[in-house]
Design a protein around this ligand. Structure first.
Ligand code: ADP
Ligand code: MG
Length: 260
């Protein structure tokens, strides 16, 4: 479904210095896979998700969606199908909300993609997302977690094939995170979810892609296997060795940290 071949991405900062954000990244994701993207802050997770959503384009290497190369020049030709099938829940839901009411927000995509019974569908999905009482409310008035639910409802309404989510648990309280995990597990959809919360990772998927601080893909495989590998965890800056002092006795041992 999704394939990256040797993708690198760099940007030029305000000093004119080039900085690589992704280095020679290759992987494939097949339909209905549940994949988690792990990496500390600054490792390139959001950049990778933006490439997969065709908001950014690889500078070297290639990105194939169902066998078609996603290129800036030719993107217009496939953008309608691509935008319908690939949904991206950005980390900041404010980026996705621009309509006057929650109902209009959910209806927007449905209209754009030519669905019938738009109003009924919007109400139905609002119910599923616990948003019924907010249908007439401007998204602007909602809390961060509620905004995120509205943004997700609007994305799910158009029945995408793949859902990319950038640190969805960052805005959510524990019950809502539990609700999200249940919602996703009941859906037939491919997901790639970035998180720096290792304890949540295995709730969101069974396969992990891990980016190192040096912007390379250092692991692609079963999450359990990654968590069991001390060397890789250290490479991903997840495991630290600390010195301790207990009275006059000093010793050092490994600590597992949640992602910063
Ligand atoms: N266009 C850009 N201009 C300047 N800095 C950027 C740009 N895109 C990303 N960065 C920086 O690159 C680093 C990695 O980006 P990001 O993909 O957001 O990592 P992550 O999502 O893993 O935290 C961050 O430190 C970010 O500030
Ligand atoms: Mg990010």
């Amino acid at each position: 479904m999704i394939e990256l071949r040797n993708v690198s991405f760099e940007y030029t900062d305000f000093r004119g210095e080039k900085k690589e954000l992704l280095k020679e990244i290759s992987f494939k994701i097949e339909e209905n896979e549940r994949v988690v993207l792990l990496g500390i802050n600054g490792s390139g997770k959001s950049t990778l998700l933006k490439i997969l959503d065709a908001l950014l384009f690889p500078q070297t290497g290639s990105y194939l969606y169902n066998g078609t190369e996603i290129k800036k020049k030719s993107f217009k030709k496939i953008s309608r199908t691509f935008r319908k099938e690939v949904a991206f829940l950005m980390q900041d839901p404010n980026m996705l909300l621009f309509n006057a009411t929650v109902q209009e927000e959910i209806e927007f995509g449905l209209r754009q993609f030519g669905f019938d019974a738009v109003e009924d569908r919007a109400v139905e999905i609002a119910k599923r997302f616990g948003l019924e009482k907010y249908l007439d409310t401007p998204p602007f008035y909602l809390s961060g977690g509620e905004k995120q639910r509205v943004a997700l409802a609007a994305l799910i309404a158009v029945e995408p094939k793949i859902l990319l989510m950038d640190e969805p648990s960052a805005n959510l309280d524990p019950p809502t995170t539990g609700w999200l995990i249940d919602l996703l597990s009941d859906m037939e959809i491919t997901t790639l979810i970035s998180t720096h919360n290792l304890s949540l990772a295995s709730e969101f998927g069974d396969r992990a892609l891990v980016l190192s601080h040096q912007h390379r893909l250092i692991f692609d495989g079963a999450i359990d296997q990654f968590i069991g590998n001390q060397e890789l965890m250290m490479q991903a800056n997840l495991l630290h060795k600390h010195k301790h002092r207990h009275g006059s006795i000093e010793h050092a041992h490994f600590h597992l940290h949640d992602w910063e």
